[in-house]
Design a binder for this molecule. Structure first.
Ligand SMILES: Cc1ncc(COP(=O)(O)O)c(C=O)c1O
Length: 450
């Protein structure tokens, strides 16, 4: 019997070769942690719409979608045209420009909490800035986050000395910084309340659909509870909508759930597939970055924020085009219909094979959980077990086989077990994905992995 891993090697000799070269330059041969894949990652040559083609000529239905940035698929014609036209007019003026105004106006119109906006170059920079603003606003140092919630890779968010996750996700973070971050399990408002009681927490930050883009969904009402207790303790509430912003609805998760935070961080879809992020929120807080007619304020009190590529014209051109197109919600309806068909079909494949696990999601993303307790078949796409239990985790060797098996059948999942669906994923893409999933499950069963 040929194994999934052997087939992966056989089908991707070009990627194997490039990876051998890459390890001589990059740590583990990769340029982003999530692209690390055993025995080697896929090397892509070009992409269009919902598909990409690897260096061996394999055609792949893509659910990575630029790590969630490509809500309209690869090389969407209007965005390509806007970027090409802007490139010909100049990529960086080192000056203010009209497109950044249009871009900021769209963010204000779409995101309920956005009274004022500041552009950054990434989601990591956006959360860094939001936390710094909150610290400056409250005069407090501590940050409260939740276990398994991801906010980028800067020092304040990759680990904590308080709470359950006492192990930093990264080495190299000063102990003093770790000591200022508190991490608690999500969904337990009384734990949050008791931690806020000392009035020393500057901000509570979370992914508003649950840890790791909804891998572990929040219980109903948790966002509203957080809104209430943070307001009581004058703690800044930050929704990290880097993934969910403009995706879960045109106004993000906060519009979907009708809970408005003080600050919001966005990136990915915001910049139409180019680099970009933003912090947006209450004018009182964001205006801590403003210059005043007061030298002491400007030199010592204001929040400092340079950044060579902030609101650069290329990202602004792509972002304005993307946000103008998705504003009406029509593209959301298409992406969500494709996701619902996928989730239903994948759950049927699981149930009919009597495999343990389930597929769930929200709006236009999905997660696959195998050999786990959420085995209840379901009709909708939302996770059936919103009861505060730990997130369902597929064992690493099972997840790896799923990723490789799906790639062998022409489908690239986000990470190992997820998917970000675009508005250009077609019925044919969904059919092909379901066939790939069924075949992969059968192969995994033959290897006693499920
Ligand atoms: C919720 C969340 N916050 C922040 C980030 C960091 O964004 P970036 O990769 O643009 O730095 C990510 C990245 O995936 C994210 O998912």
């Amino acid at each position: 019997m040929t194994t999934i891993r052997e087939t992966y090697r056989r089908l991707h000799p070009g990627s194997d070769r490039l990876h051998e070269e890459a390890v001589r330059t990059f740590p583990s041969g990769v340029t982003h942690d999530i692209r690390h894949l055993t025995p080697f990652p896929l090397y892509v040559d070009h992409a269009q719409g919902s598909r990409k083609w690897d260096v061996d000529g394999n055609e792949v239905v893509d659910y990575v979608m630029g790590h969630g940035a490509l809500f309209l698929g690869h090389a969407y014609p209007d965005i390509t045209r806007a970027v090409q036209e802007q490139a010909a007019k100049g990529t960086h003026y080192g000056a203010s420009h009209e497109l950044e105004l249009k871009w900021g106006a769209l963010v204000k119109r779409l995101i309920p909490s956005a009274e004022a906006v500041r552009f950054t170059n990434s989601g990591t920079e956006a959360t860094l800035m939001a936390i710094r603003l909150a610290r400056s606003y409250t005069g407090r140092d501590r940050l409260l986050k939740f276990d398994h919630h991801f906010h980028g890779w800067h020092d304040s968010v990759v680990g904590a000395r308080y709470g359950e996750s006492d192990t930093p996700r990264s080495a190299g973070v000063p102990d003093a910084t770790l000591s200022n971050t508190i991490s608690l399990p999500q969904n337990d408002i009384s734990l949050v309340e008791s931690r806020l009681a000392d009035n020393d927490v500057a901000a509570v930050i979370l992914e508003p659909t649950g840890a790791s883009w909804g891998t572990f969904p929040l219980r109903d009402g948790f966002l509203a509870d957080l809104r209430e207790v943070t307001a009581q303790h004058n703690t800044v509430l930050i929704f990290d909508e880097v993934v969910t912003g403009f995706r879960v609805s045109p106004g993000g998760a906060q519009a979907h759930y009708a809970v408005t935070p003080d600050l919001t961080t966005v990136a990915k879809i915001l910049a139409g597939g180019l680099p970009g992020g933003a912090v947006a929120g209450e004018a009182d807080i964001v205006s801590l970055m403003e210059f005043r007619d007061d030298a002491a304020w400007n030199t010592r009190r204001r929040v400092f924020h340079p950044g060579t590529f902030n609101a650069n014209p290329l990202s602004a051109a792509a972002g304005v085009t993307m946000l103008s197109l998705v504003e009406t919600g029509e593209f959301h309806a298409r992406a969500e219909a494709a996701t619902a068909r996928l989730v239903r079909g994948m759950n049927q494949a699981i149930t009919s094979r009597e495999v343990e696990g389930c597929v769930y999601g929200l709006a236009s993303y999905f997660h696959v959980s195998l050999n786990s307790e959420c085995s209840r078949p379901q009709d909708g796409i939302e996770w059936p077990l919103r009861d505060g239990k730990a997130p369902p985790r597929t064992a690493p060797q099972v997840a790896l086989a799923l990723k490789q098996g799906m790639l062998n059948h022409g489908v690239d999942l986000m990470g190992m077990t997820g998917g970000l669906v675009s508005a250009v994923h077609s019925d044919e893409d969904v059919d092909r994905t379901l066939q790939a999933f069924e075949a992969t499950l059968d192969e995994m069963r033959a290897e006693s992995l499920v």
